[in-house]
Design a protein around this ligand. Structure first.
Ligand SMILES: NC(=O)NCCC(=O)O
Length: 384
């Protein structure tokens, strides 16, 4: 596994490959090259002062006669926790608000229309500990908690849709916890929320102590800038989860995540990219950065010695398009903002060429799956 110091696959390729090979390798790994976006100098200055990376790319679509280009700029934010995990809860939340406020300011300068933060962005990823206090104190109301109110201000100030993945406490319904993304319109109104549909039980990622699988299905949010959905972290391993957002009309699916190198880094470049291809949509994969240490040791029933850290969150956030192209990833070890300009017309254009929706045979799968989930189902295995 690459260590934290290893910057990125892109940097490594650029350093070691001769230009002609680099061109072919990049085409194979990233598809058609994405154009570099010209972003304001002031944005780069602020990013450098704030010690975070800023990259910008544009995905093109063919010109159409009847539809104008439907361009939207998305901003993906990846970050470390600025304070140690054992700092007081309120101080941590406030430090994260300040950090994100500064990055959102730069996103606004870059013309971002929709910004998405990483999974459970207001807290350390403490679910590995299986302890309740103080971690459950990071939970907030999705409708009017302090973080939602903070994001509403951001949304209004910058005329930006904000996707804010938090640990939710649903005070109206038994005070239970959920892993939730709140979608705030650029008007500042809460458009709605969506919940993590698949809860991991793998190694230290055992979140089932805290919340159940989401019960809100696969909502798609109609925003002024396009139809968006949020497939939270572990849901990216489930192709049917992506599919259902697409069936409901999503043009952009965000995948706010928290995942570590030893577990998933070889899957990371493939899964969201494949989902963009299979569903004729854009996908935005976002991962947190750095190491997080917890006050008490924990084990996770996987034979590892008791430990206090999770491993290395490797960043590498990227955007993938329906035509199999993708942006380079952000750094593996720095906070960053990735700005991508998408022309949503590309979704239908690729659909018309590859016809995955038309050739999908959903009715056949629906029928067969309806049978397969019955307890007395016999798998259709043909034997001699
Ligand atoms: N946050 C989360 O669901 N992580 C699970 C591990 C992974 O999906 O790579």
């Amino acid at each position: 596994m690459a260590g934290p110091k290893w910057e990125s696959l892109e940097q490594c390729l650029e350093k070691h490959l001769p230009p002609a090979d680099l061109c072919v390798v990049k085409h194979l790994l990233y598809g058609k090259e994405t154009r570099k976006l010209s972003l304001p100098n002031r944005a780069f200055e602020l990013a450098s002062e704030g010690d975070f990376e800023l990259q910008g790319y544009a995905f093109e679509a063919a010109k159409e006669q009847l539809r104008g280009p439907r361009t939207v700029r998305v901003g993906l934010v990846q970050n470390k926790i600025p304070l140690p995990a054992d700092a007081p809860v309120a101080k941590q939340v406030s430090a994260l608000h300040r950090r994100i406020e500064a990055i959102a300011e730069v996103a606004a300068l870059c013309g971002v229309n929709i910004i998405c933060f990483q999974e459970a962005w207001t807290m350390p990823f403490a679910f590995c500990t299986r302890e309740k206090l103080p971690w459950t104190e990071f939970a907030e109301s999705a409708e009017d908690g302090p973080t939602t109110r903070f994001c509403q201000k951001l949304a209004k100030k910058h005329d930006m849709v904000v996707v804010s993945p938090i640990l939710e406490r649903d005070g109206e319904h038994g005070d239970v916890l959920w892993n939730t993304a709140v979608v705030i319109s650029n008007s500042g109104k809460v458009l709605g929320k969506t919940r993590k549909n698949h809860i991991p039980r793998v190694g230290d990622f055992n979140e089932s102590t805290y919340y159940m699988e989401g019960n809100l299905g696969h909502p798609v949010f109609q925003t002024q800038f396009g139809r968006i959905a949020v497939n939270i972290c572990y849901g990216r391993h489930h192709p049917l989860n992506w599919l259902m957002y697409s069936v409901n009309g999503a043009e952009i699916i965000f995948n706010p995540s928290a995942t570590i190198g030893t577990l998933s880094e070889s899957m990371w470049p493939i899964e969201a990219r494949n989902a963009a291809i299979a569903n004729h949509c854009f996908t935005c994969a976002i991962n947190r950065v750095g190491e997080e240490y917890f006050p008490n040791e924990f084990t996770s029933g996987d034979g590892k010695k008791a430990h206090q850290d999770f491993g290395y969150f490797y960043g590498s956030s990227y955007v993938a398009a329906p035509d199999s192209s993708r942006t380079p990833g952000l750094s593996r070890n720095r906070d960053g903002l990735l700005v991508a300009e998408l022309n949503l017309n590309l979704c239908r254009q690729v659909n018309d060429v590859w016809n995955f929706k038309m050739t999908g045979r959903y009715e056949m799968y629906a029928r067969e799956l309806a049978e397969a989930v019955k307890p007395n189902y016999s798998p259709n295995i043909v034997k001699e």
